[in-house]
Design a protein around this ligand. Structure first.
Ligand code: UD1
Length: 418
C-alpha cells in the first residue's frame, strides 16, 4: 500500500493552482441525470470520488466521456437503471445524491443506505423528509431506500438542521417538480450556489441559493448545458494553512477568496498577512510562528468543519493555547491521537479540543483516518523534525488532486512511497 513520506522543516514558497471543488463537482455530475441532453462539466478535479461518481452514473446507463483535460460529458439519454448499489454507496456517501435526480426524472430510485462513517453516524433522514414532502413514497427495505412518485409536487420543506447534502438532493428533485418548492433552513455553502448555477444553465428556475431560503419553480424539462466547477475552498484553505505553519509565502491561484471569509479571518488572527485579488489569495507569514486561534465549526458562512483538522495541526505548533469546538460531526477528532504521536499537546473533552502549542513536533509513522485528517497529518509533518510517514493515504486521493506534487512544487520535502 502506498504511503506519503514528509521531510519536515522547509517553508513553502511559490504559486499553487487550485483545482475544482470536490464537494461541488459530485452533486453537479449527479445533476446530469436530470437533463434530457448532454451536460458538459469542466474544471473537474482528478479525484477518486469523481471516478466513483462516474462509475455510478455509468452503471445507471448514462454515457460518460472524458477528454485529455478531464472535461466530462454526461449523456443521460441511455439511462436504464435507477439502482445505486451498496458497493458504490459504501465507498462514497455522496452517491446518495442520485436519489433526488432519479426520482424527479424517472419516477423511481433505489439507493443503498450509506451506513455510518468514521467521522460520525451521518443519517440521511433530512433527504428522505424532503422527498416525502415533495410527494414521494419512500420505504426502507433490505438496506435500500426505495422511492417512487408519478410526478413530484412542489412543497414547503423545513429542514430540522442545516444539511449540505439534503439541501442539494431536494433542490435537484424540486427543479422538475410541479409548482413551487420552498426550502427553509437550507445550507448556504458555495457548493450549493455552484450547483444552482449549473441547474439554471440547464433551464431550472431557482432563486435564493446562498441564503437559508431557496425558492424553486418546477419546470417540465431540463436541457443540456456547460458548467465550469467552482474552485475548491477547502483545498485552498489547506495550502494557506500549510504556508502559515511553515512561515512561508504562497499565492493560491484560480481560487475564490469570497468563499473563504471565515478561514481567512482565522489565518489573519494567527498572524498571517493576506492579500486577495478576484481569483487569487497571497499569504505571507514572513518566517513568524503562528499565534494559536480559538474556533468553533459551523455551517457556512461559519468556520468549515472540513478545515478543523488542518487548523488543529497549526495550533499544535502555535504560540499559545487554542480551544477548538467541533459542532457538526460527533467523531471528528480522530487526528488527535495521531498528532499526539508527533509530540502535540492536545486534550479532548467531548466536542472540545484544547491545543497547547509546542516548540517542535517530531516526525513519526502515523495513520490517516479520514480525508481531512490525512491533510492535517501532512501539514504536521511539514513542520516536524525528521521524517513523518503517513499510512492509509487512499483517503487523500478521494479529495485532493496531486497534493504531494503541488506541495513539492512549493518546496516541501514530500513524496509518495510504496
Ligand atoms: C457535506 C460535505 C462534507 C462536509 C459536510 C459539512 C460533500 C460531498 N460533503 O457532507 O465534506 O464535511 O457537508 O459541511 O459535500 N445530518 C442529519 N440528517 C441528514 C443529513 C445530515 O442528521 O439527513 C447531520 C449530519 O450527521 C451532520 C450534519 O447534519 O451532523 C451536517 O451534515 P451534512 O451537511 O449533510 O453533510 P454532508 O452533506 O454529508
Amino acid at each position: 500500500m502506498q504511503k506519503i513520506l514528509v521531510q519536515g522543516g522547509k517553508p513553502l514558497h511559490g504559486d499553487v493552482r487550485i483545482s475544482g471543488a470536490k464537494n461541488a463537482v459530485l452533486p453537479i455530475l449527479c445533476a446530469g441525470l436530470l437533463a434530457d441532453d448532454v451536460l458538459r462539466v469542466s474544471n473537474v478535479p482528478r479525484l477518486h470520488d469523481v471516478k466513483t461518481t462516474l462509475r455510478l452514473l455509468g452503471e445507471l446507463g448514462a454515457g460518460i466521456a472524458i477528454d485529455d483535460a478531464f472535461n466530462i460529458r454526461i449523456d443521460p439519454r441511455t439511462v436504464h437503471s435507477h439502482v445505486a448499489p451498496y458497493e458504490l454507496v459504501k465507498t462514497m456517501r455522496a452517491s446518495v445524491l442520485v436519489l433526488g435526480p432519479l426520482l424527479a426524472r424517472y419516477g423511481a430510485a433505489e439507493v443503498s443506505l450509506p451506513g455510518g462513517c468514521a467521522i460520525g453516524s451521518r443519517p440521511i433522514d433530512q433527504h428522505i423528509k424532503g422527498m416525502q414532502a415533495l410527494g414521494a413514497d419512500i420505504s426502507v427495505d433490505h438496506g435500500f431506500i426505495k422511492a417512487s412518485a408519478k410526478r413530484l409536487r412542489g412543497a414547503r420543506v423545513v429542514f430540522d438542521m442545516v444539511s449540505v447534502g439534503a439541501t442539494e438532493n431536494v433542490l435537484m428533485a424540486a427543479t422538475l417538480a410541479e409548482g413551487r418548492t420552498v426550502l427553509e433552513n437550507a445550507a448556504m455553502e458555495p457548493e450549493i450556489i455552484d450547483l444552482a448555477v449549473c441547474l439554471r444553465a440547464m433551464g431550472a428556475n431557482i432563486e435564493g441559493d446562498g441564503t437559508g431560503r431557496i425558492v424553486v419553480e418546477g419546470v417540465e424539462r431540463l436541457h443540456g448545458a456547460e458548467h465550469s466547477v467552482v474552485p475548491d475552498r477547502i483545498e485552498t484553505g489547506t495550502f494557506l494553512v500549510a504556508a502559515a505553519m511553515t512561515g512561508g509565502r504562497i499565492t493560491a491561484t484560480h481560487a475564490r477568496p469570497e468563499t473563504l471569509d471565515a478561514v481567512i479571518d482565522k489565518l489573519k488572527e494567527a498572524g498571517a498577512v493576506i492579500d486577495c485579488t478576484d481569483d487569487s489569495i497571497t499569504l505571507d507569514m514572513g518566517g513568524r510562528r503562528p499565534h494559536a486561534v480559538n474556533l468553533s465549526t459551523a455551517p457556512h458562512p461559519g468556520f468549515p468543519t472540513d478545515m478543523q483538522a488542518q487548523f488543529m495541526a497549526m495550533n499544535c505548533i502555535a504560540d499559545g493555547v487554542g480551544v477548538m469546538i467541533e459542532t457538526i460531526f460527533e467523531n471528528r477528532f480522530m487526528h488527535v491521537q495521531e498528532l499526539l504521536r508527533l509530540g502535540a499537546d492536545i486534550r479532548v473533552e467531548g466536542h472540545t479540543a484544547i491545543v497547547r502549542g509546542v516548540d517542535k513536533l517530531s516526525g513519526a509513522p502515523v495513520m490517516a483516518t479520514d480525508l481531512r485528517a490525512s491533510a492535517s497529518l501532512i501539514l504536521a509533518g511539514l513542520v516536524a523534525d525528521g521524517e513523518t510517514v503517513i499510512d492509509r493515504i487512499y483517503h487523500l486521493d478521494r479529495g485532493y488532486e496531486n497534493i504531494e506534487a503541488k506541495l513539492s512544487a512549493l518546496g516541501a520535502g514530500i513524496r509518495r512511497i510504496d
